[in-house]
Design a protein around this ligand. Structure first.
Ligand code: 8GP
Length: 836
């Protein structure tokens, strides 16, 4: 590696090299310097926003020092790196995380107090980086935290959306979407105007024979858009390793706008190109599990894949190694099928630009990629129309056809008697128009395919990828059960619980080795510990109750059982089952005498989550929840016994407040539909119990915490097909309690019944695809059991403490070690003691 400063002058550099603050005074001096100079403010006009900015910049400087060192170290060490390609990184806020990971929050808290500010107020000034929809994006964010914490040389690659996931407002009980422009002030990103890549679209492919008689393909005459890199530092916890998240932003390739057109009076045309280019990275698609096949989305995917691969290849080529070493230096993980175009793109680079033969290029490609599947829902599986791909990426379509040809020939040779299989496994679906099945391309182009929880990984092998298991053998398919970072989801979200655990275990090692939590079980009968544990839960509930009052104007009693379901709104996640259960409870309460009602366990049902803007049914459920809340919360007869709250605009930073406040949280998807779930893990880790179906990671959570410490209900995934069949042939009876719920909705108890008819009809008349009726009784009975159990607070407390102590398995650190060993074959690169 070439250094730009000659040896003789380096002494001066070393002497004046930036240093990290370690004391309160140094911190304050950094903050004040930034407020006075970077922001041009003073003590006379420093509001909380400015104090946040100063604090963030002080910490940013600190991160940058280690970030630079980490990148140098990784370049010198020249060992294999991981590249995590994800269209979504749902990061949330960065400041609190940075302070805790570099272990300087206490210093900063004291420093800010000196300067006249409260840490809480400063933290809450930051906007969430909401570059994701839900689970998949948040998982990617947890993985970055674990990769850095475990010292793996790793980069994330994504798009720098100008608008993240929309902000949700509830107006008259309906969801309204508001754009999330989050880049007004973002101290965490570094524009790299010198790191750009020109990305081509459209055009055509010219083929010719070169002098040696080899066929050459040239992709030419397209439109070019420039990708500009923006980098963000990702600090590990308790390590100096600070990795990089690179986000690509799109801009017109010829700079600002077309002056020739401008000068000749075509003002609008002169900026049109520029705007078209910038549109590519403008907005995150807000569908959490529906593929709409829009051209702009395909453009985003290619733009991001091509820029990232160019970057990765450029870095590899600097090392001067031979191509056969590529997959020893580079592991690329495809987070769902969104980055699948990286497969034909790498083939194009290797063949068209680097002149490799097909077979060698293909074996490098397969050895480089791994693919993670996050869903079996058919509507979520990406399929791009062939004419669209032909037009936008003509050379890639040829390569995809070539990959398919080779693959189908292989299948034919090995399974000569199974001719129907060819049509089933072809990358090209013979529909009208024909479509490219991206999941198949991802499976074929990767050396490992993984699901995200045991049940899910088994299901993909017997459903969507069944033929591929036969073709490649079972070893290509594996499982890595999801996890969460205990730094954000325990230490940051629930500092008092983290502190209590540290006090019992003799330090914070458990944040790096979550299995140490098992030692907590020894304190399950410790009176003092139990008391503190319970006090912390209560304080967290008080905080959520206060928020509910301040923001939504609804008073809730923190002594009630807090029941929470927060996640994207989707029929398969069955928020409708929950709200129907609430209505059933309300009807029961109404039929009781006041004395009987007094004996009922008071409960607050909290809901939160966004619906995709075009997902009508999900929006209907939001509306029903709000309508039920309106009726129930204002019913004097009911009082505190039942409350219903819809928490507006659920996001990562709100989750940090909501999760620690649960007694029960709901993870009640139709069995076989939720690949894993990750909030289930967060809730248990924070001392809440689950009500859930036998689905996704709920099953493994049950195995870890024990059947006594979770409330399972409902039909099993192996019975789902039969039950659906029975619905289809009218061979079933609607659950009578549910029928009563529907009667009350239809009678107008919750407002104009017409608006909910589609929701009710989907269950009564249209096959009840998500089996709400089949699971209703079991759900209601289990909720009763929860009420009974909760009445004995000592029993409840024992369950929650026991469950927390058994959650070690669900750290995302465990996931990353599994990926590293089974899929990537990479080693950590810890910083040296001397800081080099
Ligand atoms: C989610 C799965 O639904 C969830 O079960 C799982 O825990 C999570 O991924 C992480 O593995 N899937 C998505 O969030 C998803 O498919 N999002 C689409 C927007 C791409």
């Amino acid at each position: 590696v070439e250094a730009s400063v000659p040896e003789a002058q380096r002494e001066a550099w070393r002497k004046f090299s930036a240093k990290e603050f370690t004391t309160k005074d140094q911190f304050e001096s950094e903050v004040v310097k930034h407020i006075e100079t970077t922001l041009a403010r003073s003590l006379f006009n420093c509001d909380e926003a400015a104090a946040y900015a100063g604090t963030a910049l002080a910490f940013r400087d600190r991160l940058v020092i280690e970030w630079n060192r980490t990148q140098q170290r990784q370049t010198f060490a020249d060992q294999k790196r991981v590249y995590y390609l994800s269209l979504e990184f749902l990061m949330g806020r960065a400041l609190d995380n940075a302070m805790l990971n570099v272990q300087q929050k206490d210093v900063a808290t004291a420093g800010l107090e000196d300067l006249g500010f409260r840490m809480e107020d400063i933290i809450s000034q930051e906007r969430d980086a909401a570059l994701g929809n839900g689970g998949l994006g948040r998982l990617a964010a947890c993985f970055l935290d674990s990769l850095a914490t475990l010292n793996y040389p790793a980069w994330g690659y994504a798009l720098r959306y100008r608008y993240g996931i929309f902000r949700q407002e509830i107006v008259d009980g309906y969801q309204v979407e508001v754009p999330d422009y989050w880049l007004d002030f973002n101290p965490w990103e570094f524009p790299r105007h010198d790191v750009t890549v020109d990305i081509q679209f459209y055009g055509e492919v010219r083929k010719y024979m070169d002098d040696a008689g080899k066929q050459i393909s040239v992709w030419e005459n397209g439109e070019v858009v420039t990708a500009v890199a923006y980098d963000a530092p990702i600090p590990g916890y308790g390590t100096k390793t600070t990795n990089n998240l690179r986000l690509w932003s799109s801009k017109a390739s010829h700079g600002e706008f077309d002056f020739t057109k401008f000068n000749s009076g075509e003002y609008e045309a002169s900026v049109a190109d520029q705007q078209r280019a910038e549109t590519i990275s403008a907005v995150l698609y807000p569908n959490d599990s529906l593929d709409r096949g829009k051209e702009l989305r395909l453009k985003q995917q290619y733009f991001w894949c091509a820029a990232s691969l160019y970057d990765i290849v450029r870095r590899f080529k600097k090392s001067g190694k031979a191509w056969k070493d590529f997959s020893n230096q580079v592991a690329i993980q495809l987070n769902d099928t969104h980055p699948t175009l990286a497969i034909p793109e790498l083939m194009r680079i290797l063949i068209d630009q680097e002149g490799l033969e097909w077979d060698e290029a293909w074996s490098i490609t397969q050895a480089t990629f791994g693919y993670t599947n996050h869903t079996v829902l058919p509507e979520a599986l990406e399929k791009w129309s062939v004419p669209l791909v032909q037009q936008l990426l003509p050379r890639h379509l040829q390569i995809i056809y070539d990959i398919n040809l080779q693959f189908l020939q292989y299948v034919q040779r090995n399974f000569p008697k199974e001719r129907e299989m060819l049509g089933r496994v072809s990358i090209i679906e013979e529909s009208e128009p024909k479509r490219v099945r991206m999941a198949y391309l991802a499976v074929i182009g990767s050396h490992k395919v993984n699901g995200v929880a045991e049940l899910h990984s088994d299901l993909i092998k017997t459903t969507i990828f069944r033929d591929f298991v036969k073709i490649y053998g079972p070893d290509k398919f594996t499982n890595v059960t999801n996890g969460i970072t205990p730094r954000r989801w325990l230490h940051q979200a629930n500092p008092r619980l983290s502190e209590l655990i540290a006090a019992k275990l003799g330090g914070y090692d458990f944040l790096k080795d979550l299995n140490l939590l098992s030692k907590l079980e020894a304190f399950v009968d410790d009176k003092e510990f139990r008391k503190e544990f319970q006090e912390i839960k209560y304080a967290n509930k008080v905080r959520l109750a206060k928020y509910t009052k301040d923001v939504h104007g609804i008073s809730v009693n923190p002594n009630s059982l807090f029941d929470i379901q927060v996640k994207r709104m989707h029929e398969y996640k069955r928020q409708q089952l929950n709200i129907f259960g609430v209505i059933h409870r309300y009807l029961e309460l109404k039929s009781m005498t006041p004395d009987q009602r007094k004996k009922v366990q008071p409960r607050v049902f909290f809901f939160g989550g966004k619906a995709a803007p075009g997902y009508w049914m999900a929006k209907m459920v939001i509306h029903l929840i709000n309508q039920v809340g309106k009726v129930v919360n204002n019913d004097k007869e009911i009082g505190d016994v039942l409350k219903v709250v819809f928490l507006e605009d659920y996001n990562v930073s709100k989750a940090e407040m909501i999760v620690p406040a649960s007694d029960i949280s709901e993870h009640i998807s139709t069995a076989g539909t939720e690949a894993s779930g990750t909030s289930n893990m967060k809730f248990v880790l924070n001392g809440g119990l689950l009500i859930g179906t036998c689905d996704g990671a709920n099953i493994e959570i049950t195995r870890e915490v024990g059947e006594d410490n979770i409330f399972l209900f409902g039909n099993l995934s192996e019975d789902v097909d039969d039950l659906r069949h029975q619905h289809f042939y009218g061979d079933y009876v609607l659950d009578p309690m549910l029928a009563a719920v529907f009667a009350s909705i239809r009678s107008g108890t919750f407002g104009d019944a017409g608006q909910f008819s589609a929701l009710v009809d989907s269950i009564v008349d249209h096959g009840d695809y998500y089996l709400v009726s089949d699971d209703f009784k079991s759900y209601v009975d289990t909720q009763k059991l929860i009420d009974e159990t909760y009445k004995d607070q000592e029993v409840w407390l024992t369950k929650t403490i026991t469950a927390v102590s058994r959650m070690g398995f669900f750290s995302s650190d465990r996931c990353i070690d599994e990926y590293a060993e089974m899929i990537w074959n990479v080693e950590p690169l810890p910083p040296q003691q001397n800081g080099a």
